[in-house]
Design a protein around this ligand. Structure first.
Ligand SMILES: [Cu+2]
Length: 172
């Protein structure tokens, strides 16, 4: 039994070394998170992701949010809806994938603290390559009221959309 445990541990260690060696590298650009107002429990984070090899964004987490998900916003029968991207967001090799208001975004929900304009928020992105190896990448997003550079939709519209979230984790 002891020997088995040793073999299992060795196998795990080898797996993680391999994952690092073959790991996907993802460039994160133009990242930012929308500042919140008092009482607001959810907000969006946006960025442009470019993976060097085909990969998926399969998860997100942040110490400031109890729940973090990759979301997609789209029109359905004339109604704007958003939902979690199931199975991960595709990042084709070398192609810039934009997460922006009105499209894909990282949703930070059940915020533990307000996101103050001008501060930064740490977010961990979890990527999986075609072979199934996962890497975690931590980024620090500037918190702002509007996209850096000025383009984008009015904040009020975004807030209205975020208020459509009715989902609450169990036990709350
Ligand atoms: Cu959302």
């Amino acid at each position: 039994m002891k020997l088995f445990n040793l073999i299992a541990a060795t196998a795990l260690a080898l797996t993680s070394v391999t994952a690092t060696a073959q790991g996907v590298t993802v460039a994160v650009q133009n990242a930012w998170a929308r500042a919140t107002v008092k009482g607001q429990m959810a907000t969006g984070a946006f960025m442009t992701l470019t993976a060097d090899v085909g990969a998926k964004l399969v998860g997100v987490s942040s110490p400031v949010a109890d729940v973090a998900q990759v979301h997609e916003m789209k029109m359905e029968n004339g109604v704007m809806k958003m939902a979690e991207v199931k199975g991960g967001l595709d990042l084709p090799a070398g192609k810039a994938v934009e997460l922006k208001p009105g499209g894909y975004h990282v949703m930070l929900m059940d915020l533990k603290v307000p996101l103050e304009n001008g501060s930064t928020v740490p977010v961990t992105l979890i990527f999986r390559d075609a072979k199934g190896a996962e890497i975690k990448q931590e980024v620090k997003l500037p918190v702002a009221m509007t996209p850096p550079g000025g383009a984008g939709k009015p904040a009020a519209m975004d807030h209205a959309m975020h208020s459509m979230h009715g989902d609450k984790p169990a036990g709350k």
